[in-house]
Ligand binder design. Structure first.
Ligand code: GUN
Ligand code: ZN
Length: 440
């Protein structure tokens, strides 16, 4: 039996706060104990209460830092760790000019293995304990990511992208090989350790109708798997999709027609939606995913989270690295705040931190396993230092409430504010060191 008792301040959510004064939506404990045993949370309470239950457990004292469920990133691209910060293009040129050439390198299992290690180090350095990731078209890329996640006992959702047209040589599968490779990866990895396979047609432009038929077949054969793709990110993308699928009523209708929509479907971006598409999202329970740093970086547009929320549609929030510009969910919430401000809505920090933890877990249907610090769930924990930089420390001198402190973390925080990251009960925040020094 492995036990660790963490001591510090603690915040965990029970539901999305209905307003700034909705204190029943969360538990906040000033001097808390969080007992982790064999990868799970065994107990949570005041330090004195939990200590009495585990008098022998070794204690790690994180006071005065704040313990929270590890962050969940619901849309990110593992093969784009060397694409992030590529200049000057919007979506289609960015894909053709930077991203596709880079992704061809993941045919090499050694490259994929090195990048998988770096990718998971980066996630945990930024406090992210679960990600939903696109891999490259190569089965080897998904193999590398799942193998590395398994070594770290990290809850990882991922899939190789299916893409059989409008992409360079070396970066296309076929309708049949995309199906076969995905099926083999599901058999090999889904449910193994903490891994989940995600059926991943990249987007309508890079799949023939024949391939989307196969993706829909896979989804029907594997209802245990999530499905992820991209939707209505960019005007030129939408226009090209309409040319390629002239029978479809709109972009979302392409995916609907192939049986790809349901509560386990994640749709990256979903910015430029028609009323009919919004109705369909509400009816099918599919989840849009807000990618603020990416949407601003590529000049894609402003995601209407409040409007979709008013229709009962629950959206995820995510980095979308490499079009996204930071691995940090704190920075993602920061940019998300600004995108919503441009639409006249102020995202409250309690809602923001709920979103990056339990909210994203709910979008994935995994709230009984991750996203909270409830006993019986998995011991994925982030420890936040709201005074991590001189500027933050100075600002925090004047932050009198929990909400004010959270907002400082949200606006000014990044990996420097992550004091520790526990993955299944094990401390995993890597020492900061350049990628070049990281060994395969
Ligand atoms: N649409 C299709 N592929 C991608 C991708 O890799 N990144 C983004 N942002 N949008 C996409
Ligand atoms: Zn994406």
């Amino acid at each position: 039996m492995t036990e660790t008792l963490l001591r510090g301040r603690l915040l965990t959510f029970h539901r999305d706060p209905q307003g700034a004064d909705d204190t029943e939506a969360y538990t906040y404990i000033e001097d808390a104990g969080l007992l982790m045993r064999d990868g799970l949370i065994a107990a949570r309470g005041t330090f004195a209460e939990v200590r009495a239950q585990a008098p022998q457990a070794p204690v790690t004292d994180h006071r005065p830092h704040l313990m929270m469920a590890g962050f969940i990133d619901t849309h990110i691209h593992f093969p784009q760790v060397q694409v992030i910060a590529s200049w000057g293009a919007q979506l289609l040129d960015w894909l053709n000019g930077y991203t596709f050439p880079e992704e061809t390198r993941f045919a090499d299992p050694a490259h994929a293995a090195r990048m998988a290690q770096a990718f998971l180090d980066l996630l945990t350095a930024h406090g992210t304990t679960t990600a939903v990731s696109f891999c490259s078209v190569h089965a080897a890329s998904a193999e590398a990511l799942f193998a590395e996640a398994t070594r770290r006992d990290m809850r990882m959702l991922a899939g190789k992208v299916m893409m059989d047209r409008n992409a360079p040589d070396g970066l296309r599968d076929t309708a049949q090989s995309g199906y076969d490779d995905s099926k083999a990866l599901i058999d090999r990895w889904h449910g193994k350790g903490r891994n989940g396979y995600v059926i991943t047609p990249r987007f309508a432009i890079t799949s023939t109708p024949e391939q989307l038929v196969m993706a829909g077949t896979l989804a029907a054969e594997h209802p245990e798997c999530h499905v992820q793709t991209h939707l209505s990110e960019n005007r030129a993308e939408i226009a090209y999709t309409a040319e390629l699928y002239p029978e479809a009523r709109d972009y979302l209708d392409v995916y609907e027609g192939f049986g790809l929509l349901g509560p386990k479907t994640l749709l990256g971006h979903a910015i430029h939606l028609t009323p009919r598409e919004i109705d369909t999202l509400a009816e099918t329970g599919a989840h849009p995913v807000f990618c603020p740093t990416s949407n601003l970086f590529l000049g894609s547009g402003l995601f209407d989270a409040p409007g979709l929320g008013a229709r009962g549609i629950t959206s995820g929030i995510a980095t979308d690295v490499g079009a996204g510009t930071s691995y940090s969910m704190l920075q993602t919430l920061n940019e998300g705040y600004k995108v919503l401000q441009l639409q006249g809505h102020a995202l409250h920090p309690l809602n923001a931190f709920h979103w990056a933890t339990r909210g994203n877990a709910c979008v994935l249907g995994l709230q009984d396993r991750i996203g909270t610090l409830d006993p019986g769930t998995e011991a994925d924990v982030v420890v936040l230092d709201s005074r991590a930089t001189a500027a933050m420390a100075l600002r925090c001198e004047r932050a009198g409430t929990l909400a004010e402190e959270l907002f400082v973390l949200q606006v000014m925080g990044d990996d420097r504010a992550i004091a520790e990251t526990y993955v299944a009960g094990t401390p995993r925040k890597p020492a900061t060191r350049p990628l070049a020094q990281q060994r395969a």
